[in-house]
Design a protein around this ligand. Structure first.
Ligand SMILES: Cc1cc2nc3c(=O)[nH]c(=O)nc-3n(C[C@H](O)[C@H](O)[C@H](O)COP(=O)(O)O)c2cc1C
Length: 359
């Protein structure tokens, strides 16, 4: 049997297979509230051993995109309960991805009274989706130390809320140019206090949030996603050795804290030495996600550099992705026009395979 389909047991992590559904923002959370439609979408995809939800904000100021969910109000906790119950009925585990968008935001996407914030006041170049069209990113207001303490507290409360909502854990979004990666990158983080400058200072925010969440909900319920060398969402590249050292130090510190997993996202440009360095520095589960097909994912598991593999777009367009790869059935193509539009179209209406003629 292929490793993809075999159960995965490591520490307190017990999954029915080696496959993870990658986090994907889908913008169906009207008024930032998780709902029945989202529960249906996630349940359809519960063939995965582990589902990581779409990026979900720990606070109103982190809601940089339209219609993304939050996990800071009682109504949001209740909405997420629909999702976690549905996914658990389907036999999968589910982690909530905590995503504070930081400067990757437009002020019109935030609730009234909130402003776009960042580690520093360096504005991102480029445009972001809003419900009235594309807009330039808003200029962020730099968080002062008191505001950083509040951001940390928001993450801890959000993690506790996630557990109250029935999640098996939380994944910190340290990838793709959002708040935590903004703190890692010396070209975006220009602070001169102990959250900026040296590598130790730039990893400080991520490590401190992880440590405080662990104290609140336990290390076995915490994961971290990173995307070394990825430049999307206006993450400027910097000296290759420094990137390597930054992520190695982060992996070492996160290892010391004993979190459940490290999820490496999406970049064929990660040099082998960085990938191996992270692997060697981090003892617990490594999830890898990068344009996999069932075949290349199986190879990755066999080769041993990843413990679990994550699929994004394949799960999006194929709710029964596990069934399809098991039966060698064709995969449905993804419809790019409906990725972020409200409603069922391109969300819960992707076809389920009729296996009656295959079995
Ligand atoms: C529609 C869409 C939304 C995404 N949203 C998120 C997100 O909220 N958080 C995140 O970490 N990655 C997000 N990603 C990246 C995916 O998790 C994944 O890394 C990427 O799609 C590559 O994997 P794949 O080749 O299997 O699709 C998103 C990708 C897509 C296609």
């Amino acid at each position: 049997m292929k490793k993809l389909f075999m159960p995965y047991n490591k520490g307190s992590f017990q999954l029915k297979n080696h496959v993870v559904m990658a986090p994907m923002t889908r913008s169906r959370a009207i008024n930032n509230l998780p709902n029945e439609l989202m529960a249906t979408y996630y349940k359809q995809r519960s063939g995965a051993g582990l589902i990581v939800t779409e990026g979900t904000s720990p606070s109103p100021e982190g809601l940089g995109y339209p219609r993304i969910p939050g996990i800071f109000s009682d109504a949001q906790i209740d909405g997420w309960k629909l999702v976690t119950e549905a996914v658990h009925e389907g036999g999968a585990k589910i982690f909530l991805q905590l995503m504070h968008t930081g400067r990757i935001a437009h002020s019109s996407n935030l609730p009234d009274g909130y402003q776009v914030v960042g580690l520093s006041d360096v504005k991102a170049a480029g445009e972001i989706y809003t419900d009235t069209g594309m807009e330039q990113y808003s200029a962020p207001v730099a968080l002062d130390e008191q505001a950083i303490a509040r951001v940390i507290e928001d993450h801890v409360k959000a993690a506790k809320n996630a557990i109250a909502a029935g999640f098996d854990g939380v994944e910190l979004h340290g990838a793709h140019g959002y708040l935590l990666e903004q703190s890692l990158n010396p070209k975006v983080n220009n602070r001169s206090d102990n959250y900026g400058g040296s590598i130790e200072n730039r990893i400080h925010l991520t490590v401190e949030i992880a440590a405080q969440i662990i104290a609140a909900i336990g290390a076995d319920k915490v994961g971290l996603r990173i995307s070394p060398f990825l430049t999307s969402n206006d993450m400027p590249s910097y000296d290759e050795l420094e990137v390597h050292q930054t992520y190695l130090r982060l992996a070492e510190e996160i290892n010391r804290l004993g979190i459940a997993y490290l999820h490496i996202s999406n970049n064929p440009g990660i040099p082998e030495k960085t990938h191996l360095g992270i692997r060697n520095a981090f003892a617990n589960t490594i999830i890898y996600c990068n344009g996999f097909t069932a075949e290349t994912a199986e190879d990755k598991l066999q080769e041993g550099s990843a413990d679990l593999v994550a699929f994004g777009r394949s799960f999006l367009a194929n709710p029964d992705f596990m069934r399809r790869i098991e039966k060698n059935a064709p995969l449905i193509e993804l419809d790019y026009n409906t990725l972020y539009t409200p409603g069922e179209a391109g969300y819960t209406d992707y076809p389920i395979l009729d296996v009656s003629h295959i079995i």
